[in-house]
Design a protein around this ligand. Sequence first.
Ligand code: AHR
Length: 487
Amino acid sequence: MTTITLNPARSRGTINKNIYGHFSEHLGRCIYQGLFVGKDSKIPNVNGMRTDAVEALKKIGVPVLRWPGGCFADEYHWEDGIGPEAGRKRMVNTHWGGVVEDNSFGTHEFLELCRQIGCEPYINANLGSGTIREMSEWIEYCNSDGDSTVSQRRWANGQKKAWGVKYWGIGNENWGCGGNMRPEYYADEFRRYQTYCRQYGEYKPFKIACGTSGLDYNWTRVLMEQAGRYMDGLTCHYYTVPGDAWEHKGSATDFTTAEFYKTLKKAARMDELITRHDAIMTHYDPEKRVGLIVDEWGCWFDVEPGTNPGFLYQQNTMRDALVAAITLNIFNRHCDRVIMANLAQTVNVLQSVLLTEGDKVVLTPTYHVFDLFKAHQNAREIDCFVSAKDVGEGDISLPQITASASEKDGRITVTLANLSADQPAEAALNGVSAKAARGRVLAGEIHQYNDFDASPLSVQPLDVLVKDGAVSVCLPACAVAEITLEA
Ligand code: AHR
């Protein structure tokens, strides 16, 4: 029997709600069709934003949304995307599919989308091919209420009051698509750019430096040593790719049980990455003032057969749900350093929570995991020790159960996943005496997914047994659950 021992006396702090953030890039059908259809579309919308997508995102409490990239950010020039639509510049999206980007979704539209979802915007500025003046005027355009020429342009475009955007990324993957820079060079560039991220009135920008590709610890070391004192956040990107070559990442839906476990094992590496980046950051920043921001994560598979290779469209199975549960539990347990994370990417790209086709929308298994985990947002993390047998195949093994726990308003929330492809798991929750408990679960066969003609996967009630204060549960195979305890 698995045991999950809770210790409410021990905590790493508050789980920042922004750990449950998302990412939307001008890539494939994420922005266009996925989130924005334009005011004249037959698809129900408010000011061009599709109503079904906005409603679904509100339901899982999306706290923060990153935009406009990704690699696109370092080629994006914000002035191309403001003003009357007919006059906006048309550009070729050279990174993603070579399609023409008409800039009909720009700063005003993004901030309107965030307003409708009820989330904080996180804007990633262009360091790779932009200028300091361009970035600093973008901040002024968004945040200044002064009577300057830049603010007057915003007024003329229909927005009188400054939006007050807090989160500003300064470049993206500048070791790669954002300019192929060395860490020493980027550290200097970051120091220069961040100088001109000015505060307007009460709006103090939260300055986010571009971090590592996940495994490059030297990048983190150099950035922290040479520019740590100028930043509020440092990013880290890590994708779960089951294949061993970039050209063969593996299919999203057609995989063996060995590939299933290999994918989960690779996702679980997030723990090691955060632990090691945190150790480097702690050397330079023992107070943990600088937050680690995992602003791109998720599964990256081969695109669905027959779709544009530059659009990164992939299906999403129960395997993705388990990857999400493993990763979010890791973030919760590192909440003393990880202050934000952004799943890539919200709709129709990589590990999406929503898929769309015309006027139809699908809630993926990953969507339901965000629903099951939402009670952790801004809750106090509590220590949670799991003792479980290993599962796996061949030379791959990992603990059968992953879990994390938090408390808020007198309730304890435990999120857990059973990583076995075919074995249920009996689990006892120790360390607290419960008056009552309830559960919700998402479970299915490892290859199952929701599609436009049928959505077999949804959250269901889960029986949780409480006897003399002791709590136990039987988790089905391949399942993600939320258990709420009244202590
Ligand atoms: O999410 C897709 C791409 O992955 C992003 O544009 C880039 O930052 C990363 O390499």
